[in-house]
Design a protein around this ligand. Sequence first.
Ligand SMILES: Cc1cc2nc3c(=O)[nH]c(=O)nc-3n(C[C@H](O)[C@H](O)[C@H](O)COP(=O)(O)OP(=O)(O)OC[C@H]3O[C@@H](n4cnc5c(N)ncnc54)[C@H](O)[C@@H]3O)c2cc1C
Length: 413
Amino acid sequence: MTYDLIIVGGGPGGATAAKIAAEHNANVLVLEAAEEGRYKCCAGGIPIRNEEFSPIPNGVGDREITGGVLFTPKNGPMEFEASGKNNKGYCMFRTDFDKFLLDNAQDAGAQVIYRVRVKRIELAKDKGVKVIGMEEYQSKCVILATGLGGAQLQRSLGLEVPPMVGGIQAEISVPESNIDEEFGNRVWEFFDRDLIDHGIGWVFPKSQALSIGVLGKGIKMSHFNAFLKNPFIKEKIEGRKMKTFGGRKVWAAPIPDRMIANPYRDRVMVIGDACGTADPILYEGIYQARLSGKIAAEVFIQALGEEDFGESSLARYNELLLNNLYEEDLRYSYKFHHLLYHSGLLERIIEAAYSMAQDDPEMMQSTIALFTGSETRKHSWEVMMSRKWKLIKFLGLKNSIKLLPTLLHAVSI
Ligand SMILES: Cc1cc2nc3c(=O)[nH]c(=O)nc-3n(C[C@H](O)[C@H](O)[C@H](O)COP(=O)(O)OP(=O)(O)OC[C@H]3O[C@@H](n4cnc5c(N)ncnc54)[C@H](O)[C@@H]3O)c2cc1C
């Protein structure tokens, strides 16, 4: 049998694409390497804008998040409370969220087969695609949604693989009542270049667990172990046990740093982390993976109608990705990324932005939006840049001289 579409990878990107394509009556197969209900190494912060794709029901979204606490070595806790319906999110286990999304895709008519690792993809000129795992499957078109686990598949098809950083995290068992009392509806974010150069640390409250991790360039177990010794964290986890998933307590996984230039070729589109769509300010990528999945599914539906899966037809995917994800958001995330992680002033900029926001509601809202995604990155950047002299004043003369070359570069991105 020949499927209209095979999606390789059943994470948020693949599941979203599968649901949309199946809703348009396409014959869709999802091949997922892991077993049903696998653990996924992820802090599980899901901004409310994920509901653009479908509502998140109670029971899947474990803990509603309405605020945050920022820490730098000198300052902290710097607390903020978000308001407004678009300024919130959830923290949840990806096991539940990803299963929920794949169940939705199945309800829409997509077929999902777990425990199939795709090893090879062969493109036969004008004859469709062969997708080879334990068995061989045929389709007219393929969406690669393999996260960063499909690099070899991408290379074999002549597609680029995004550059990446690493993340390490564990889930610590903590009774719900303690989490309610000590964290409530707030996530904690840590900015400390002595601990992690070019990266962040976090504590995200989930259901009966705290997700604690570090993420960045060249990340190692020593960074993670040092982070657990941070006095604010140590106090909260003393005597608590790490949860075990798949026989492991501490998990590591990569996350992309940059989008690839050409995420398509004839009969193939690449979405989500495999395409490098994650946002490198706080390195979240679930919403972006889903948006790229939605765009790819819509382009596929049009291509199916025209029976044209050639490279020029699928080029629409790249155009729409640039218009809908890059131009107003990722491009500006790269500017923020450069300013924060390449200036040597990460902690000072966070402290200055927080301080400036205290008596400046617009600045406060646009800073919160960096966490919640309630406004475009472009808007947050414009708000910040309209206050650049104030920022420079906050940073002081020596730091401002240090900042200038990075700022000029960031503006040019
Ligand atoms: C430590 C850490 C913390 C994070 N925290 C957050 C956060 O709080 N919020 C946020 O938004 N993002 C976060 N992210 C990023 C987020 O996890 C990713 O951006 C997101 O999962 C990307 O979704 P995806 O569908 O593209 O890929 P994935 O979720 O990685 O899904 C890819 C799927 O493809 C399957 N697969 C791979 N290769 C094959 C193959 N050959 N054959 C068949 N199946 C295959 C895999 O098993 C996997 O299920 C975090 C990442 C890390 C590493």
